[in-house]
Design a protein around this ligand. Structure first.
Ligand code: ZN
Ligand code: ZN
Length: 258
C-alpha cells in the first residue's frame, strides 16, 4: 500500500483525498446521527445533552462549511505525498502489527496535543474570528465535525506532517489518523451522553466535555482526553453550563451563548 500511495500522481492523490474525506464525513456523520437520534434512544441507552433546538439553517451551514474543509483536507493530501516524493519523509513498508499498534497510540496522543495547541490559539484575540464559524453551532450535531473556517481546516489538517518527518510510520498508522480523529470528533459533537454513569473526567465522557466547550465557549480545549486541559488548567467544571441550560429550559427557546 505504501508503494501504491507513493506511485500515484499529484492529481490522483488529490482526487483520492477528496473522495476519502467527503466519504468518511458523510458516513461517520450519518452513522452517528442514526445512532444518537434513533438507535440508542430506542434502546434507552444514554441521553441527549442539550435539548435546545438547532438554529434555523444550521445543518445547511454546517454541510456547506464542511465541504470547504473537505476540499482543503482532500487537496491537502498533496503535502504528505509531497514529503514522500521529496524524500523528506519515508513510509515503513515492513512494519508489523505491534509497531502499527504503538504508532497509532503515539499518533492518538499527538493528535490531542496538536488539537489543544491549535484550538487554544484559535481562542486568542488574534485568531478568534477564524474560529467563530465553528462556534456558530452552539448545540452541535454530527455534521459540525468539519464545520470550520478554511484557516482552521489548514491548522488542524496538518497534524501528520511533523510526525512524518520525525519517524518512518507505516502507511496504515497514518491512514488511521483521519479515521480515529473523525470518530472522536463525531463523539464530541454528537450532543449525546453515551455513558451517563461515568465521571466527567472519564475518557468516555468526551462528548460532555466538548458540549460544554460549545455551550460556554472558553475552556475544555482538549479533544478526546483531558491531559492538556489539566496541564494548562483550562478545564471547565462539570456544571459550567447548568444555569444557562436551566434558563433556556424555562424559556423553552433558543439561547445563544456566543
Ligand atoms: Zn473552540
Ligand atoms: Zn467543536
Amino acid at each position: 500500500m505504501a508503494h501504491t500511495f507513493e506511485s500515484l500522481t499529484a492529481w490522483q492523490v488529490m482526487l483520492a483525498g477528496l473522495v476519502f474525506f467527503g466519504g468518511i464525513y458523510l458516513l461517520f456523520g450519518i452513522a452517528t446521527w442514526l445512532l444518537t437520534r434513533y438507535v440508542l434512544p430506542a434502546l434507552g441507552w444514554g441521553g441527549v445533552l442539550d435539548t435546545r433546538p438547532l438554529v434555523p439553517g444550521q445543518l445547511r451551514r454546517e454541510l456547506t462549511q464542511s465541504s470547504v474543509s473537505i476540499l482543503i483536507f482532500g487537496l491537502g493530501m498533496i503535502f504528505p505525498w509531497g514529503l514522500l516524493q521529496l524524500g523528506w519523509a519515508h513510509l515503513d513498508p515492513d512494519a508489523g502489527g505491534w509497531q502499527i499498534f504503538l504508532e497509532i497510540l503515539v499518533l492518538v496522543a499527538w493528535n490531542d496535543v496538536h488539537f489543544w495547541v491549535n484550538h487554544r490559539l484559535l481562542h486568542t484575540r488574534l485568531l478568534r474570528r477564524f474560529h467563530l464559524p465553528h462556534h456558530r453551532s452552539v448545540v452541535t450535531t454530527p455534521f459540525s465535525t468539519y464545520s470550520f473556517h478554511p484557516l482552521e481546516a489548514l491548522m488542524l489538517g496538518n497534524v501528520i506532517l511533523l510526525p512524518m518527518v520525525l519517524h518512518d510510520f507505516s502507511f496504515w498508522s497514518l491512514f488511521s489518523v483521519p479515521l480515529f480523529s473523525l470518530f472522536f470528533n463525531c463523539v464530541g459533537h454528537a450532543n449525546y451522553d453515551f455513558f451517563p454513569r461515568v465521571s466527567y473526567a472519564h475518557w468516555f465522557a468526551a462528548s460532555r466535555r466538548h458540549h460544554l466547550h460549545h455551550a460556554c465557549y472558553n475552556g475544555n480545549y482538549g479533544f478526546q482526553f483531558t491531559f492538556m486541559d489539566r496541564l494548562f488548567r483550562t478545564r471547565l467544571p462539570a456544571d459550567a453550563a447548568s444555569a444557562q441550560l436551566a434558563m433556556a429550559g424555562r424559556r423553552g427557546g433558543v439561547e445563544r451563548s456566543v
